[in-house]
Design a binder for this molecule. Structure first.
Ligand code: MOS
Length: 783
């Protein structure tokens, strides 16, 4: 089962035969759609004139909010996001007017003829500005256990500080794209690059003012998503649908890369304050965390993301007395959104920085201080929100990776190297990940499937999840094949389609395989029950022998056998036509909802997660202290995916997640100018990891013999947790910087640790060393 079978589309990906939306053949009626967006971060729309643009040759539609037949709204949770601007624009990149024309050139010509008069208003562009203006997207959230304030006061040691963590661009290879094809009367067929086809369907129905049963959304595959298409694929889809509806012709919108980067939201920037009390061993006694995020101009998923940050501010560590507040600020930037980890990375970065600082203050090995603070096996095992950490694998994984990474020997070697080396310093760090699996909005933890067996014995699986390169369809194919006991080539997974499986949740929260796998299994179980019952009946009639029980009938090796009378057997391929003739229904829908979870999000207490995924990484870097440039010499990862559904795919996800996290913690810096224009809107100014940034020695292992109870084939989710393993690279760089001052002073540090941040940190350290002043941990530095 867990053989590393290749991704079902691997060959098609590399030959270019995999069909993405932009590759789809449409007829000559196809029109090009274009979005005209706001050039201002905040402005009043005084007037606009579309007449001249509408008369441009080849132009079929020029639409403003006045032309929306339904509701001008595409907020996914809170209805605070208009589809097209009305009287005000609230960020650069906000859609104002839509154009459909025969060619892209005609679209651009029409755009030049659009006259919009703006009255520019003062924008809010940073969290600090939003804090002083009290510009909130909603009320702050709080979680609390014990009495942290008094515990901090009575602690032997305390630290205080703040940490900035940066935004991050998703940089999916396929930019936002949607093709809408009109059907009969009000029907519309939508091919969207979306993680959430059901929501795309809902919002299209809403802007068009039609029932959801008129709108069919299909997703064959996305060319990457990473959370960036959890809600924001909806936008392009709504715009394309409006143009399709207005012209009654197929319309495709594919955002140009720079426009995509300018128009869409990013990972939330955070500004986090902390105050922590600890003892001589480095054991945390109490902590207060105040998290502030930049939500951008609308709510989108910001509150759920803040909640997940608050639920991960403990990472793998027990904090006896703990309070956490989370405030989401409204700024004049595109609405920030889901990004792999969904607030988890922002929360974990804070506690990892805290532990690192404690270790440096006490002159202890940070890995040892981490171990001291791990959640316990029998006690110290309840999180600050009341969930018990069951099946805790932290200690087991720590012992294993300490050995396999030769951590202690390498620490010694690094110390010796740093003594000798003037211009290069090495650093190392071990960081763990404990990540909660389930949507924290509990009702979203449901999934559906529709499994069809055709007369020739081939099987078509429909399920609610979407394929974005992560291998979900491959895993679903494997689940169906293993449960039916047939070979993989008998099973095909269909494109995700809202007319096959309704009311699905987004493929998100790392839960795609968990939820849809169980729904597929449920449908397969129903079919197997029916097949077994009818075959038993058939055999009983044939042999005049009536002892067959359902449980005696097994499905394996492409054969269905009565284990009680093994001579009663039939190949799967022969059984199906036989059963068809006997009028047996050969399709079934399946359903799953995650059991035994639920929590009170207002009180911040309960059991939000079905289980935790664990991981651990050791990263070693070599830093050029004159340029701030660093190389990763070696990375060791040990990651827990339970009994892997597909070890090849899972290792790919773990490595890819780590590298994507590496971008967030090192080179990826999103910058806006003083007017709210994105300065880093293309790959020449925004540096994602390249092949050169991959660790020179990269050792990834999956934890073995670690079945996960009550999940599909005892597996665990994989997608998001490994991203946060990259915090080990961030802290390894900090360790190398610290070596510049011979570990006598603690470096100032923020995230991402760009070359600039590293050089400033080194200069600051040298200056303080000369002046013998302690770390400032000031807001000024962190900017
Ligand atoms: Mo994901 S960041 O939950 O789409």
């Amino acid at each position: 089962m867990n053989r590393a079978v290749p991704h079902e589309s691997a060959a098609k990906h590399v030959t270019g035969e995999a069909v993405y939306i932009d590759d789809m053949l449409v007829n000559e009626q196809l029109l090009v759609g274009k979005v005209v967006y706001s050039p201002h971060a905040h402005a009043r729309i005084v007037s606009f004139d579309l007449e001249e643009a509408r008369n441009t040759p080849g132009v079929h539609a020029v639409l403003s909010y006045r032309d929306i037949p339904g509701h001008n709204q595409m907020g996914p949770v809170v209805k605070d996001e208009v589809c097209l601007a009305e009287h005000e624009v609230v960020c650069v990149g906000q859609a104002v007017v839509l154009i459909a024309a025969e060619t892209d050139e005609q679209c651009r010509e029409a755009e030049r003829k659009i006259k919009v008069q703006y009255e520019v208003l003062e924008p809010i562009l940073t969290i600090e500005q939003a804090i002083s203006a009290a510009s909130l997207l909603g009320p702050p959230a709080n979680m609390k256990r014990g009495e942290p304030d008094s515990s901090i006061r009575t602690s032997p040691h305390t630290i205080k500080g703040e940490l900035h963590t940066g935004a991050q661009e998703h940089w999916y290879l396929e930019s936002q794209v949607c093709l809408c094809v009109p059907g009969e009367h009000k029907e519309m067929n939508v091919f969207s690059s979306t993680q959430h086809p059901s929501e795309t369907q809902s919002l299209i129905a809403e802007v068009l003012g039609v029932g959801k049963n008129e709108v069919v959304v299909e997703v064959r595959r996305m060319g990457g998503a990473f959370g960036g298409k959890e809600t924001q694929g909806n936008h392009t889809a709504c715009w394309a649908a409006l143009l399709c509806n207005a012209t009654n012709r197929p319309v495709k919108i594919r955002l140009f890369r720079d426009d995509d980067m300018i128009m869409t939201g990013k990972r939330h920037r955070f500004l986090s304050n902390y105050e922590v009390g600890y003892d001589d061993e480095g054991r945390i006694l109490a902590a207060n965390f105040d998290l502030h995020s930049d939500g951008g101009c609308a709510t989108d998923l910001s509150f759920a993301i803040m909640q997940r940050a608050m639920l991960h501010v403990d990472n793998a560590y027990y904090i006896p007395d703990c309070s956490v507040s989370g405030t989401v600020y409204k700024t004049n930037l595109p609405s920030n959104t889901a990004f792999r980890g969904f607030g988890g990375p922002q929360g974990m970065a804070v506690i990892e920085q805290v532990i690192d600082r404690i270790a440096r203050a006490l002159h202890k090995d940070p890995a040892e201080v981490r171990h001291t603070n791990f959640y316990g096996m029998k006690d110290r095992n309840v999180t600050h929100y009341g969930q018990e950490v069951e099946n805790n694998r932290l200690f087991m994984m720590y012992d294993q990776i300490m050995k396999s990474s030769e951590y202690l020997q390498r620490c010694k070697a690094i110390a010796a190297f740093n003594q000798e080396s003037e211009f290069f310093k090495k650093g190392i760090a071990l960081t763990p990940v404990k990540f909660g699996i389930s949507f924290t909005t509990s009702f979203l933890n449901q999934a559906g499937a529709l499994v069809l067996i055709y007369k020739d014995g081939t099987i078509l699986v429909n399920h609610g999840g979407t394929e974005m390169g992560q291998g979900l369809h491959t895993k679903m194919q494997q689940v169906a094949a293993s449960e039916f006991g047939v070979s993989l080539d008998r099973v095909k997974v269909n494109a995700t389609n809202t007319s096959k499986v309704p009311n699905t949740s987004a493929t998100a929260a790392s839960a795609g395989a968990d939820l849809n796998g169980m729904a597929v299994k449920n449908a397969v179980d129903i079919l197997k029950g029916r097949i077994a019952e009818n075959l038993a009946q058939y055999w009983n009639e044939r042999d005049r022998l009536v002892t067959t029980r359902r449980d005696d009938i097994v499905f394996e090796n492409n054969t269905i056998t009565d284990s009680h009378y093994p001579k009663r057997n039939i190949s799967f391929a022969d059984a199906i036509p036989l059963l068809y003739l006997r009028q047996v229904q050969l399709s079934a829908s399946g359903f799953y909802k995650t059991p035994n979870i639920g929590w009170d999000k207002d009180k911040g207490w309960g059991k939000p997660f079905h289980y935790f995924a664990f991981g651990m990484a050791v990263t070693e870097v070599n830093l050029d202290i004159l340029t701030g440039h660093h190389n990763i010499i070696r990375t060791d990862i040990l990651h827990d995916v339970g009994d892997s559904l597909n070890a090849g795919i899972d290792i790919g996800q773990v490595e890819g997640g780590y590298i994507q996290g590496l971008g967030w913690v090192t080179t990826e810096e999103v910058k806006w100018d003083g007017e709210g224009n994105l300065m880093t809107h293309s790959p020449d100014t925004y540096k994602i990891p390249g092949v050169q940034d991959i660790p020179k020695d990269f050792r990834t292992e999956l934890l073995q013999n670690a079945p996960n109870p009550n999940t599909i084939r005892r597996s665990k989710a994989v997608a998001e947790p490994p991203l946060m393993l990259a915090l080990s690279a961030w802290l390894a760089i900090k360790d190398a910087v610290s070596a510049v001052g011979n570990h006598e002073l603690e470096p100032e540090f923020s995230l991402p640790a760009t070359n600039e941040v590293i050089l400033l940190s080194i200069e600051d350290l040298k200056r303080r060393k000369a002046e013998k002043t302690p770390a400032a941990t000031t807001p000024e530095f962190a900017k």
